[in-house]
Design a protein around this ligand. Structure first.
Ligand SMILES: Nc1nc2c(c(=O)[nH]1)N[C@H]1C(S)=C(S)[C@@H](COP(=O)(O)OP(=O)(O)OC[C@H]3O[C@@H](n4cnc5c(=O)[nH]c(N)nc54)[C@H](O)[C@@H]3O)O[C@H]1N2
Ligand SMILES: Nc1nc2c(c(=O)[nH]1)N[C@H]1C(S)=C(S)[C@@H](COP(=O)(O)OP(=O)(O)OC[C@H]3O[C@@H](n4cnc5c(=O)[nH]c(N)nc54)[C@H](O)[C@@H]3O)O[C@H]1N2
Ligand code: SF4
Ligand SMILES: [Mo]
Length: 729
């Protein structure tokens, strides 16, 4: 190995949604360096500081490479076979004794970046046959899925801002300069936002914080957290009042679109102004500017979704785009045409049917909201969760009322974590199954090509060889599924073909059957696709083989108008579903207009930093270097009001918890609002994260409240949480 040659590989960073192309230099099993891939047509050499963390992850001495079993207070390495047998037997026995729902599953965010987990994980969940499924979706983008399922017929048919062609970009509750974009796969977003302004367009940010994105935009408005629903209602009100609505394009697909007027009549800018913190004339101006732009897009993300009216807000955002003629239009909100399209072959997303056992929260697409996970473990009775499987998640840090969940996990009969770290969550496991890290597996972005601002396709192989006894996520899930099926007396004959095919075989099938595959004629106007691409699509069409021959990826051109093809409803219409969505206006009215004393308490929101990735990059020394970033940001006026100065220790209390944190005074915050980043709090006994433990920070989800949810979806409310501040004396 020592005299191995240096090699260059072209891969993709999987840490966030931006899909940056990377050039990785290796020597044998060593990763030497990670740079931006200049020849990647999509990211054109861009990377952010996090890309190097992929190397740190690979080299991390704390990382597990073999399964470990808990023996009292220590961990003992065991073989994969021992681990799989132990797990399958335990899960099977628990299900035999207490029913299938006694085993719960929580799936975390990194699954979305892992084609093996996406494509083969489901064999395992199906083998479990448990309704108790949870994921990070319900602390994140659940509202987007519900809106897309109801309007367009498929949970994942989410339109994306056509950032490269728009003249007006309105960002509500997103901070792409820190997050690198979300439900908008967009490498080098800064350059693209600046380009809008260079071509005479406008970027407008609506955010309770003057964020990094707001700093490089034309216009920023503070908004009271959780009140976006009122802003959107008022914007729609102005649209009709001033007769600015343009429905020609959408009318053939949504004949009832004009009925929106009846629902928004009562929400004038004057009426909502005091609740949102934006003046009536400014609200009107926001609409006028939007309507006068040649093309415009209104995009709402994390801050707009993960709050009390997240689903209704996302719905109204979509209506606003439709009613201004910007859905499915160049420079507006557009559907993508991914090369390997899983949507037609995946479930559209089941709606309703089940509600959670204890609190009756709605299930969506086979999952319950994670805000009710702890109570499902802690509340005795039939259907109580006795065992958990956690795949690529850290809910003890990332979900509301984190301390309660921590206690709940401690009382389980059995727990398995598929993770390469001993984290705040996996420390509760009886067995930890560590998969390889990102650069050690082959990769096709099965999810994020669907959300990309340009159609693009890229496949990459592992950049280093793995040890014989290391496994990838899909091998772990398939092994467990096969064993569970066997224990349940089911045939396991079909598994041989899956082992043979591998996830990449599935991707190959999808590519060949897809829009740019062998029979590239799915859309009538398919030939428009090749006109605007910077690379030529190989004549034989896309497949894993052709993508291997183009290691930097193949550009497939800008987003294309695609109605009605993009609609998954059988009638090829947009279903506005007023009955479902607008019913939530009652809750809006009660919340804002019918309460005697509007609470004057401070409210908590979250934030991201370019060098974080939710809870799991703090073990990389270069990601945590420098000043403490886990601070309580607050406005100078609030500092004065509570006698809190920069650097002071502050006790922050909410209904469910309390923590102590260092204050950072900044006028970037809206008065009345404080911000704490999530993903910190690495001070739990039993974790094995030696670097992170030295930079622990505090876990903001100790404060967020499991009982506060967006009732329509059950999505957690992590923004707009009432808190009380007290300087530590
Ligand atoms: N207060 C507050 N809370 C938040 C948010 C917020 O804005 N504010 N954001 C929310 C959002 S948007 C999200 S998505 C969630 C994320 O919540 P989670 O998904 O629960 O948490 P992560 O921090 O992403 O944890 C991922 C875990 O997976 C492991 N891992 C990484 N890669 C792999 C892999 O390839 N395979 C396997 N098996 N394991 C892997 C890591 O070691 C880590 O332990 O957090 C949410 N929590
Ligand atoms: N560096 C980094 N990048 C990441 C991640 C990370 O942890 N670190 N996580 C990834 C994940 S899982 C996701 S989901 C994406 C999220 O990506 P984004 O959606 O861009 O999320 P944030 O950067 O948290 O920005 C949310 C913004 O919403 C604002 N906000 C909070 N409450 C409200 C409100 O009530 N109304 C309005 N209008 N705004 C509000 C906040 O001040 C903040 O500026 O980022 C991804 N990328
Ligand atoms: S923006 Fe950073 S973290 Fe996201 S894909 Fe690119 S290099 Fe990776
Ligand atoms: Mo997320």
């Amino acid at each position: 190995m020592s005299n191995a040659e240096q090699q260059l590989h072209y891969s993709t960073c999987t840490l966030c949604e931006a899909m940056c192309g990377i050039e990785v230099a290796t020597k044998g099993q060593q990763i030497l360096s990670i740079k931006g891939d200049k020849d990647n047509p999509f990211s054109q050499g861009h990377i952010c500081p996090k890309a190097s963390a992929l190397k740190d992850l690979y080299d991390d001495p704390d990382r597990l490479k073999r399964p470990v079993k808990r023996v009292d207070d220590t961990w003992e390495e065991i073989t994969w076979d021992e681990a799989f047998d132990l797990i399958a037997n335990n899960l099977h026995h628990i299900q035999q004794a207490h029913g299938n729902n006694a085993v719960g599953v929580y799936l975390g965010n990194p699954n979305a970046h892992n084609m093996g987990s996406i494509l083969f994980g489901p064999y395992f969940y199906r083998a479990l046959k448990s309704h108790n499924r949870y994921s990070a979706t319900s602390v994140d983008q659940l509202p987007h899925h519900i809106v897309s399922r109801r309007l367009f017929g498929h949970i994942s048919q989410i339109p994306i801002p056509d950032i490269d062609n728009t003249q007006h970009f309105m960002i509500i509750g997103g901070n792409p300069l820190a997050s690198n974009g979300s439900i908008m796969t967009v490498p080098n977003v800064k350059k693209r936002l600046k380009a809008i302004q260079k071509r005479g367009g406008k970027v407008v940010v609506i955010d309770p914080k003057r964020s990094e994105t707001a700093d490089i935009s034309c216009e920023h408005h503070f908004i009271r957290p959780g009140s976006d629903v009122l802003l959107l209602l008022a914007m729609l009100h102005v649209l009709f009042e001033k007769q600015l609505h343009r429905v020609d394009a959408i009318l053939p697909y949504a004949e009832d679109i004009k009925e929106v007027e009846n629902y928004v009549r009562d929400y004038s800018p004057q009426k909502v102004s005091e609740f949102i913190g934006i003046s009536a004339s400014q609200v009107t101006q926001l609409v006028l500017d939007f309507c006068h732009a040649e093309s415009a897009v209104c995009y709402g993300r994390m801050g707009a979704s993960v709050q009390a009216f997240g689903t209704l807000t996302q719905y109204l955002i979509m209506l606003f785009n439709m009613l201004t003629g910007n859905l499915d239009k160049r420079g507006g909100m557009m559907f993508t045409q991914p090369a390997a399209d899983v949507l037609p072959v995946s479930g559209k997303g089941s709606m309703g049917g089940f509600t959670s056992r204890v609190r009756g929260l709605p299930a969506f697409a086979g999952e319950y909201p994670v805000a009710c996970l702890a109570e499902e473990i802690l509340t005795p009775g039939e259907g109580q969760i006795k065992a958990m499987v956690i795949g690529a998640g850290n809910p003890v840090v990332t979900t509301p009322n984190a301390e309660q969940l921590d206690k709940a996990f401690a009382q389980l009969d059995f727990m398995v974590a598929v993770d390469f770290y001993i984290t705040e969550t996996s420390r509760h496991a009886d067995v930890i199954l560590p998969p390889v890290t990102a650069l050690e597996r082959d990769h096709y972005d099965i999810v994020f090509h669907n959300f990309a601002v340009r159609n693009f396709a890229k496949y990459s192989e592992a950049v280093v060889d793995i040890d014989k006894d290391q496994l990838t996520d899909w091998q772990i899930y398939l092994s467990l599924a096969e064993r569970l099926d066997a224990l349940n007396g089911k045939s396991t004959a079909h598994y041989a073909a899956l082992w043979e095919k591998q996830p990449k075989g599935v991707v190959d099938d999808l590519l060949k059957a897809g829009l740019y595959g062998r029979n590239a004629n799915k859309y009538k106007d398919a030939d428009t696709h090749s006109n605007e691409t910077s690379t030529v699509i190989p004549a034989e069409g896309l497949s894993i083989e052709t993508l291997k021959a183009h290691p930097h990826g193949i550009d497939l051109g800008p987003l294309q108008p695609s109605l009605p093809h993009a609609l998954f409803h059988e009638d090829k219409k947009v279903h506005l579903d007023f009955d479902y969505f607008m019913a939530d206006l009652n809750r809006v009215n009660t919340h804002f207009f019918e309460r005697e004393n509007q609470s004057q308490s401070m409210v908590l929101i979250g934030r991201r930093h370019i060098k974080t990735n939710n809870s799991w990059l703090h073990n990389s020394p270069r990601m945590v270097k420098g000043n403490n970033r886990c601070t309580l940001q607050l406005h100078p006026d609030d500092g004065a009001k509570y006698g809190i100065g920069d650097g002071d220790e502050v006790n922050v209390k909410s209904r469910v918890g309390q923590l102590t944190i260092e204050a950072e005074i900044t006028d970037a915050m809206m008065p009345g609002v404080v911000s704490i980043p999530h993903g910190w709090g690495h001070n739990k006994k039993g974790i094995k994260l030696s670097v992170a433990s030295q930079h622990p920070g505090v876990n903001t989800n100790i404060l967020t409240d499991d009982l506060q949810v967006d009732e329509l979806s059950g999505n957690a409310v992590l923004n707009g949480v009432p808190v009380i501040l007290e300087k530590v004396s």
